[in-house]
Design a protein around this ligand. Structure first.
Ligand code: GCU
Length: 581
């Protein structure tokens, strides 16, 4: 079991928040370790000096305190730009429970970490935006326990994202930490969804924590009067497929969710699950058999007015309500899996979701190590969220360039994604659609893209690319046989700056508004347009955006200022979306 505790468990318990949880949130001690001396000095043990001659330099006595969950950047001025290692620790009381297991679950740590419990290394994880866990049953003590976490947010060429990206490099234990108490054999993971080819048949796979055959698992949907049982195979997994007469399908207009109760032996757990179908038919996206136009918006996992990572239910409500107010029926969670509260809140509010791994621009496609990270992030994202019916699109890359290594890397990753979840559409966002003057149209050549169900195009006409002609004259011939989503467009504007509607460098709301009108005019010519997603809901923090007066390290492409003030372009999209309803 000790060995199991060391290897961060590759399975991820489903719906951890619905379990018997002891939250380890609150004020943790923290020490900046810029020279990486903590591990060697055994900082993960809360040592005290012994006798008259002993002294301990790397000590927790008097350490600063940081809130967990939370990025360190916004908590202290000296940490705003910090990239490196910070050690966190805290004591907590708990009790061993004979016959029960204890999982230590991290919802997200940015962006790599080592976890020690009572002096023993129990987990190591890289990836800021996906959870991980460790079974610590044999390491937990009755009474006082000591947890220490080494957190590092250095950018690495082998990482995903790599050396530069257009969002703030927040570091820290940015999401909840929890101790989960479970029966010796518990219901570990499940995947429950509408069968691909029927609107009234449910498919369920339920996995126990141990490979015990012949264990009965019961699935109940009380509201539908459904109670089905199945026996596990030698792998501890049980499958069932059953009719669900009276089932109401989830959609933005009817975001119906059912309480689904799973039980086996002494374990039982509930989850809120919706059922819907999402497929393409030619250039259309069909939700429950009906064509749907995706009225989307992107946002980062950030409360911009406080320059911090979003992490709580309250933060999730703020972001999703702002998207709903715009008239959206979908959100693009840029550029990484955002916290589970945002995903569940969006589902309850009737917002479809495009979720993606942070494979953003300059990735090292020649590295097997990097591929392993991409595979794991995709696996962890799908493992965490595959029961969330609001998620309709998995995206595996953003703005990568065609090439032998990149094509092979993404083709392999796409195959892995479809192996993990064949019930959703796969997409990516590309910035390689170009206007070909001789042809008088936009074209795109990308053999990898042809493998996807839906094509995302990021195109900043009027900002990064000048208009080659009046927008209404511009034709598009980009994957005409597939649904196209304009997954990013727009430009920067400083809230409250007016005039100069024809001058980009004015950073004015009027320039931004004009640009949006022109883009909407151009979009009318895209025959296979299935949706649009302006970049972006809020102005957001980025080290890329250095203009002292206009940006001050904010990317100002928001329809809202960082304080939530509506720019003129907000009203243009709001009206356009309301016409599309
Ligand atoms: C790119 C990228 C975004 C970035 C945006 C911009 O398309 O996908 O992450 O913020 O352009 O330049 O503002």
């Amino acid at each position: 079991m000790f060995l199991t505790a060391i290897l961060t468990s590759l399975s991820l318990i489903t719906a951890p928040y619905n379990r018997d949880v002891q939250l380890l949130d609150g004020q943790w001690s923290a020490i900046i370790d810029q020279y990486e001396t903590g591990t060697g000095k055994g900082i993960y043990i809360d040592k005290k000096p012994e006798g008259k001659t002993d002294f301990i330099e790397f000590s927790w006595d008097g350490a600063m305190k940081l809130d967990v969950p939370g990025d360190w950047n916004h908590q202290r001025p000296e940490l705003w730009w910090y990239e490196g290692t910070i050690w966190y620790s805290r004591h907590f009381n708990t009790e061993k429970e004979p016959g029960r297991r204890k999982l230590l679950y991290f919802a997200g740590v940015s962006c790599r970490c080592d976890v020690y419990l009572n002096g023993q290394k129990v987990a190591t994880h890289e990836g800021a935006f996906t959870p991980f866990q460790a079974d610590v049953t044999d390491i937990i003590r009755d009474g006082d326990n000591f947890i220490a976490v080494r957190v590092n947010n250095n950018r690495l060429a082998s990482a995903i994202p790599a050396m530069s990206f257009d969002w703030w490099n927040y570091g820290g234990i940015t999401r909840e930490v929890m101790l989960i108490s479970l029966p010796e054999t518990y219901i570990d993971t499940w995947f429950i969804r509408l069968s691909g080819n029927s609107s009234k048949t449910v498919e369920a796979e339920v996995q126990l924590s141990s490979n015990e055959a012949g264990r009965k698992i019961t699935i109940e949907i009380p509201e539908l009067g459904i109670r089905k049982s199945a026996l596990t195979g030698a792998d501890g997994k049980a499958s069932a497929e059953f009719k669900a007469p009276g089932l109401k399908l989830w959609s933005p207009g009817q975001p119906v969710l059912y309480s689904v109760r799973l039980s086996s032996g002494e374990d039982s757990v509930e989850d809120e699950i919706g059922f819907r179908q999402i497929v393409t038919d030619g250039t259309k996206v069909l939700l429950n058999g009906n064509p749907v136009f995706l009225r989307c918006i992107s946002f980062h996992e950030e409360i911009a007015k406080e320059s911090r990572r979003a992490w709580s239910e309250k933060d999730a409500e703020e972001l999703t309500k702002a998207a709903a107010a715009l008239g959206c029926n979908m959100i693009r969670l840029a550029h990484y899996p955002q916290n589970e509260h945002i995903v569940r809140m969006a589902e309850r509010m009737g917002l479809m979701i495009w979720e993606e791994i942070p494979l953003w621009q300059g990735i090292d496609f020649t590295s097997g190590e990097t591929y392993g990270k991409a595979d794991r992030y995709l696996t962890e994202m799908i493992a965490r969220d595959r029961n969330r019916c609001a998620i309709c699109f998995w995206s595996i890359s953003n703005e990568t360039r065609p090439g032998k290594d990149r094509d092979a890397f993404l083709t392999r990753l796409l195959a892995r994604g479809k192996e993990l979840d064949s019930s959703r559409l796969f997409t990516s966002a590309f910035d390689v659609a170009y206007y070909i003057k001789e042809a008088g149209e936009f074209q795109m050549k990308d053999s990898f893209a042809s493998l996807l169900d839906v094509i995302g195009i990021n195109k900043y006409m009027g900002w990064y690319a000048p208009w080659p002609d009046d927008p209404e004259n511009l034709r598009w011939n980009v994957f005409p046989g597939k649904p196209l989503i304009i997954s990013e467009f727009g430009c920067e504007a400083k809230y409250g700056r007016y005039g100069n509607a024809d001058t980009a460098s004015s950073w004015s709301e009027d320039y931004q508004a004009e640009l949006f009108k022109k883009n909407l005019a151009m979009f009318r010519n895209i025959d296979n347009l299935a949706g649009i997603s302006p970049w972006i809901l809020y102005d957001f923090r980025s080290p890329y955006r250095q203009h002292p007066a206009n940006q001050d390290f904010f990317n100002r492409k928001g329809l809202l200022s960082e304080n939530g003030e509506r720019k003129k372009a907000w009203y243009i999209i709001h009206d356009y979306y309301n016409e599309k309803k």
